[in-house]
Write a protein that binds this ligand. Structure first.
Ligand SMILES: C[S@@+](CC[C@H](N)C(=O)[O-])C[C@H]1O[C@@H](n2cnc3c(N)ncnc32)[C@H](O)[C@@H]1O
Length: 801
């Protein structure tokens, strides 16, 4: 960087040239489109692309690689283009009517998503003339683009920085929503070319002919006095006042040494008239400036092309100049210079008036849009309230599932937009907002600053989420099952003990009562010689923190008393059944029993009593539950271990006040990873196999019906047999014969009525009703079926032989 690039034949063979060779592009220009597309992303979505002035075809190659397969790519140029895969090309002058009709013939009723234009008349010695010719060509290409572009389409063109540059830009802005001028890195600095990407074609019903008439567009605008300050400080606003290259001075690329810019008294003049600030090696001061700490990469980039800088960049350069002036010991800026900077930009010309008018119009438009948005929000809110009151179904207000994606009300993006970013931003470091962001923020603040508004939005968010879950449950059975299972799981996990006592309400399980009692007893005994505690436990309880616990631990005693009372209640129930034990009798007397440490055997008994019949009939359906069940059954885990396991980082996660969608997401993703064993999985599989092996309900019902029919038949036979035995007309032999005949008839299943097969051909082809002449059950078949059957029989016969 810094070195002036020479526009010599050797200079052309730069890295882009080599890269183009390497990647098989026909021209180094291809990289310009690659880089433009990287920045603005217009090719990926395009289905129809027109490349005006396409020879030798580099841009067409890029388009054919970037667009979707099957896209229509058309290239036109004065010179023939060698065939490019997936592209159609023809030779024509883009300014001619023939070109237009040929394009129409290829595109038929289609419209182009992107129109590219990289045309340039052969820039020779007569620069001024050629520059005008190029600007005219651009205008013609724009005219063609307007005819073929879809609304919202993109037009990419190359423009030379000349007198007409600003006029062209002004026209583009009238026809497109966004106009960006840029110089891709692969475009040589010495070249005056600049690329303009115009997005969002407004597609006016009638194109004002003045926009495409070179005489009107390039009409001279008289500039009373050149205003360099305006160029630097208001480059966007004052673009139309730029006079391009000075008369009789057609040097395309003016450079100025950095030392001149820094030492000089009129930096603004320099910035307004030069194309590049260079750091020549022979200039000691410039080199010092280059190596200065204040000179970062951004500054070097700004210096390399002043023509594409904006207001902010110019300010940065001026700030940098001040810094390095101090470093060079040049001190403060001379008075005159300071004056220049603060000086007000003179306004008053007609152009400024037009600008002001335009600004005013824009302002009015913005206010209108804002008002409409606010109204739409209010309407939506009213509709939601109506819906919540059951006055309207969600579909009636157009909240379909499709809107429930990222952009939906509970999508994070929307939530953030509506000021709910607190939820997601907690850990994000604060980044100072840019000017544009500030504007947006201010707008948002204006609209959503009140707390009521936030609450309303949250309520809206919640209600839409519940609708979403309902819809999801309706359409997704799996989700329904999962949710119903999940609801049970969703109850806050309060540890195993609490859950157990919840289940049994005021009947705490015996093991837990004894655990508590045992703990207290152990604590009691701590002072009196730590009986019953292991050495490790004794050491643990020896710590200062436990001092005095054993003496006045009323709370714990209260717990034990409560547990004992519950136990007493249960014991009395048992006593009624004459099954009272000694222990229970003691409890009935109201004693707070001091239980000796539980021995291994007693512990085992605990397990036995735990697995008692009063437990709920729990169905184990997950591998985690099966693992736990096996551990309990095989006594790998004790009660206290289970309780300990119940306390983890998920145990006391507060869920109050959190929105449902957030809690659902948490339940889905943030959950304990409970261990499972291979045995548990196998056991579960076996269980499922056994369940699957059971006959299904319908079969069971059919079997039952059959049984019932047989019983009824037998009852009938019994009645008839009674009649036969009582009859006096028959001999004993005849009677028994008749009865056994009746019996065998009743036992015989009625032969199934066979269906008549009717071939669907001739008059029977495609009929919906009963075929003529067919009685009873029938089945429509095609001739093929019968033939297949015959073939099968033949084969079987053959095998038997
Ligand atoms: C810089 S080249 C285009 C390079 C091309 N984009 C690529 O990537 O290979 C400029 C082209 O514009 C063409 N051109 C100039 N005036 C034209 C016109 N009136 N109609 C059609 N093509 C024109 C020239 O023939 C030349 O091939």
């Amino acid at each position: 960087m810094g070195k002036t690039q020479k526009k010599s034949a050797k200079g052309r063979l730069d890295k882009w040239y080599k890269l183009a060779k390497e990647q098989g592009y026909r021209s180094r220009a291809a990289f310009k489109l690659v880089q433009l597309n990287q920045k603005f992303n217009f090719l990926e979505k395009a289905k129809v692309v027109i490349d005006l002035c396409a020879a030798p075809g580099g841009w067409l190659q890029v388009a054919s690689r970037a667009c979707k397969p099957g896209s229509l790519l058309v290239g036109v140029d004065l010179t023939p283009i060698r065939p490019v895969p997936n592209c159609q090309t023809f030779v024509e002058d883009i300014t001619s009517d023939k070109c237009r009709s040929q394009l129409r013939g290829i595109l038929k009723t289609w419209k182009a998503d992107v129109v590219l234009h990289d045309g340039a008349p052969n820039v020779g010695a007569a620069w001024l003339q050629d520059a005008y010719g190029q600007a005219e060509l651009v205008l013609m290409s724009m005219k063609l683009a307007c005819e073929f572009l879809v609304p919202g389409g993109t037009f990419v063109t190359k423009v030379f920085r000349s007198r007409d540059y600003n006029n062209l830009l002004w026209v583009f802005k009238q026809l497109f929503n966004r106009v960006d001028a840029t110089k891709p890195p692969s475009s040589r600095n010495v070249s005056a070319e600049i690329f303009v990407v115009c997005r969002g074609y407004k597609a006016p019903q009638k194109l004002d002919p003045r926009f495409t008439d070179p005489r009107t567009v390039f009409e001279e605008v008289t500039e009373p006095t050149p205003n360099v300050e305006a160029k630097v400080f208001e480059p966007e606003k004052k673009k139309r006042n730029r006079e391009g290259y000075a008369d009789n001075d057609y040097t395309l690329h003016k450079t100025v040494p950095a030392s001149d810019f820094v030492k000089g008294n009129d930096p603004i003049q320099v910035l307004g008239t030069s194309a590049e600030i260079v750091f020549p090696e022979e200039d000691e001061d410039s080199q010092r400036l280059k190596n200065s700490e204040a000179t970062d990469e951004d500054i070097l980039i700004h210096c390399s092309d002043l023509q594409v800088l904006g207001k902010k960049d110019f300010r940065e350069l001026l700030k940098w100049r001040l810094k390095v002036r101090n470093e060079l010991g040049l001190g403060k800026r001379p008075e005159t210079e300071q004056k220049t900077v603060v000086e007000e930009i003179p306004e008053v010309d007609e152009e400024t008036k037009m600008d002001q008018e335009l600004q005013h119009l824009n302002e009015t438009e913005r206010t209108k849009v804002k008002r409409e948005r606010r109204r739409a929000n209010k309407r939506k809110q009213r509709e939601i309230i109506r819906m919540q009151m059951g006055m309207e179904a969600p579909m009636e207000i157009g909240m379909e599932q499709s809107t429930m994606g990222d952009d939906s009300m509970f999508g994070l993006s929307t939530a953030e937009k509506h000021g709910l970013n607190k939820l997601t931003d907690a850990s994000t470091p604060e980044v100072p907002p840019t000017e544009e962001e500030n504007e947006v923020l201010e707008e948002n603040e204006e609209e959503y600053d009140s707390e009521d508004e936030q609450e309303r939005l949250e309520a809206e968010l919640d209600s839409m989420y519940s609708q979403y879950t309902e819809r999801k449950a309706e359409s997704d059975v799996k989700y329904k099952v999962k949710r119903s299972r999940g609801d049970a799981d969703d109850e806050e996990w309060e540890g195993i003990q609490e859950q157990a006592s919840e289940n049994e309400e005021d009947e705490p399980n015996e093991a837990s009562v004894e655990e508590d009692e045992h703990l207290l007893t152990s604590l009691d005994k701590k002072d009196s010689g730590k009986n019953g505690l292991s050495k490790k436990a004794s050491l643990f309880f020896d710590q200062d923190i436990f001092e005095g616990i054993g003496n006045d631990d009323d709370a714990d005693k209260e717990i034990v008393a409560m547990n004992s009372a519950a136990k007493a209640k249960r014991s009395s129930a048992k006593a009624n059944e004459n099954e009272s034990s000694d222990e229970e009798e003691k409890t009935r007397k109201g004693d707070i029993e001091v239980v000796p440490p539980v021995s291994a055997q007693e512990k085992e008994d605990d397990w036995d009593s735990d697995s008692g019949d009063d437990g709920e009939n729990v169905d184990i359906v997950t591998a985690e539950a099966m693992t736990l069940a096996q551990e309990i059954a095989s006594r790998k885990k004790s009660t206290s271990e289970l309780i300990d396991d119940g306390y983890n980082r998920w145990t006391f996660q507060p869920k109050d006040g959190l929105p449902d969608w957030f809690v659902d997401e948490e339940n889905h993703h943030n959950k304990p990873n409970k261990p499972i064993t291979k045995e548990a999985v196998m056991a579960l599989r076996e269980k499922m196999k056994a369940i699957n092996a059971r006959p299904i309900k319908k079969i069971l019902e059919a079997q039952g019906r059959k049984k019932m029919r047989t019983v009824r038949r037998m009852q009938n036979v019994a009645k008839k047999a009674e009649g036969i035995t009582e009859s006096g007309e028959m001999t004993e032999g005849e009677k028994s014969k008749e009865i056994s005949r009746l019996m065998s008839r009743a036992m015989k299943a009625k032969p199934k009525q066979k269906a008549t097969l009717v071939v669907a051909k001739g008059a029977n082809r495609g009929i919906q009703s009963r075929p003529k002449g067919v009685k009873g059950k029938y089945k429509m078949v095609d001739s093929r079926m019968k033939k297949d059957l015959r073939a099968q029989k033949r084969l079987e016969k053959k095998k038997r032989k």
